[in-house]
Design a protein around this ligand. Structure first.
Ligand SMILES: [Fe+2]
Ligand SMILES: [Fe+2]
Length: 166
């Protein structure tokens, strides 16, 4: 009989999920930076790519803390969100609404990450993984800050610009 799974297993599975997701996001962000019509958008996506690199390293530290190899597990949710973003880039490439669309895709990514990190932090606390908590909290703080910046970008100009014909 297979061993009964516990919260430890769930924590490891979810850690692998977000590790996979962050690596996909790392690859997607340069495409979003290239596609963005505004300098602020380009700069924002480029900056978040650098942060994402650091987030991946923090996740590797968490794997080390629990004595497991850093390995991703295919996350269909993030693949779907990124695919939708690519679809927007393709379908709106000549549109003044492109940036509004890019921001909406990026916010879907951030909200996915925020959900995952919120859960992982609570489980790490439950499991007594004291050293993992601040690492995950740093990642969560960066995702939340990015989400706020995206909202500001959308409200600042991207949405209004999107109402005009290109
Ligand atoms: Fe991230
Ligand atoms: Fe993010």
């Amino acid at each position: 009989m297979a061993a009964v799974k516990t919260l430890d297993d769930l924590f490891l599975d979810t850690l692998k999920d977000i590790y996979f997701a962050e690596k996909q996001i790392l690859k997607a962000l340069p495409k979003m930076a290239r596609a963005s019509q505004s300098e602020e958008g380009k700069a924002g996506f480029t900056q978040h790519r650098e942060e994402t690199q650091g987030q991946i390293e923090r996740l590797e530290q968490v794997f080390e803390l629990i004595g497991k190899p850093a390995r991703g597990k295919t996350c269909e949710a993030i693949q779907g969100i990124i695919a939708e973003g690519e679809e927007i880039i393709e379908e709106f490439k000549d549109s003044s609404a492109l940036d509004a669309g890019l921001i909406s895709s990026a916010q879907a990514v951030e909200h996915y990450e925020i959900a995952r990190y919120g859960t992982l932090i609570e489980w790490a606390k439950q499991l007594g993984l004291k050293d993992a908590v601040p690492l995950l909290q740093q990642n969560l703080a960066e995702e939340e800050a990015t989400d706020k910046k995206l909202t500001a970008l959308a409200k600042g100009s991207a949405n209004a610009k999107g109402k005009q014909a290109a």
